[in-house]
Design a protein around this ligand. Structure first.
Ligand SMILES: NC(=O)c1ccc[n+]([C@@H]2O[C@H](COP(=O)([O-])OP(=O)(O)OC[C@H]3O[C@@H](n4cnc5c(N)ncnc54)[C@H](OP(=O)(O)O)[C@@H]3O)[C@@H](O)[C@H]2O)c1
Length: 241
């Protein structure tokens, strides 16, 4: 039997690794990374040890060539059914400190990579396939010191909903998952301990999200059960508004 493939861009990262592991139950998974080959390889090993099929693909998705490389790797594994975009990065720059360089860097990592992924997915995902983009609660909470990041994620959400309208006629769904603060290495290294404590207390459910919490939401959107859901933003923040 032919197994469908999934491409998880940023699949070696905190949230991406959980998504890769989850999707491996129903797909052969291409686990994307830019720098951290060690993390992506560990995820691949875990999937293979559990009897699944996976490979790691290193490429920079800020460029069309890098996106193409990642898609190509997934296509080697089987017909491409599912694409999840988890690449992203944030910092806490005051609006008064934004520069041409910092805005462009944010744009390239968070929005340009997403638009290039949507473009490639529109051309290469099989009919009735799935596209899921990872946004952030920042897109609607608009926290201070995140003007640029919040703008990029809000843009990613709009682009995803527009893409859903274009691809619906082929049965492809395009949805967004919006995590709040999620307990990853990146959160712990980018955010002061006191701020992480405050973030843990903020949601209605009173804790940080886990990567697995987010992966469950992605897996559902990627499943047949979510066939009638497209162009939506699924809040996976534990209740943050
Ligand atoms: N953690 C949170 O609290 C939180 C909250 C809301 C939204 N999010 C969003 O969730 C996503 C994952 O976050 P995370 O905490 O799991 O962070 P992470 O561990 O740093 O994961 C980011 C992943 O994206 C990859 N990546 C970054 N830039 C790339 C590029 N130019 N080309 C290819 N891959 C690239 C990284 O590659 P390497 O593995 O090589 O580093 C990594 O695998 C991001 O989009 C983030 O904005 C996170």
């Amino acid at each position: 039997m032919t197994i469908n493939s999934a491409l998880v861009i940023g699949g070696g990262g905190g949230i991406g690794a959980a998504v890769s592991r989850k999707l491996a139950a129903s797909h052969a998974v291409a686990v994307g990374y830019r720098d951290r080959q060690d993390r992506a390889r560990a995820v691949v090993q875990e999937i293979q040890d559990a009897g699944g099929s996976a490979l790691a693909v290193g490429s920079d998705v800020r460029t069309a060539a890098g996106v193409d490389q990642a898609f190509h790797a997934a296509e080697e594994l089987g017909p491409l059914r599912t694409v999840v975009h988890c690449a992203g990065a944030w910092d806490y720059t005051r609006v008064s400190d934004l520069t041409e360089e910092s805005i462009d860097a944010d744009y390239q990592t968070n929005l340009r990579s997403g638009l290039l992924t949507l473009a490639a997915a529109a051309n290469r995902v099989a009919d009735n396939g799935r596209i899921v983009m990872i946004s952030s609660a920042a897109a609607y909470m608009a926290p201070g010191r995140q003007a640029s990041y919040a703008a990029m994620k809000a843009g990613l959400e709009a682009a995803s909903r527009s893409t859903a309208k274009e691809l619906g006629r082929r049965g492809i769904t395009v949805n967004v998952v919006r995590p709040g603060a999620t307990d990853t290495e990146r959160l712990r290294t980018s955010t002061a301990e006191k701020a992480v404590e405050a973030m843990s207390a903020a949601p209605a459910l009173r804790r940080l999200g886990t990567p697995e919490d987010i992966a469950e939401a992605v897996d559902w959107l990627a499943s047949e059960k979510a066939r009638w859901v497209t162009g939506t933003v699924l809040d996976a923040t534990g209740g943050l508004w």
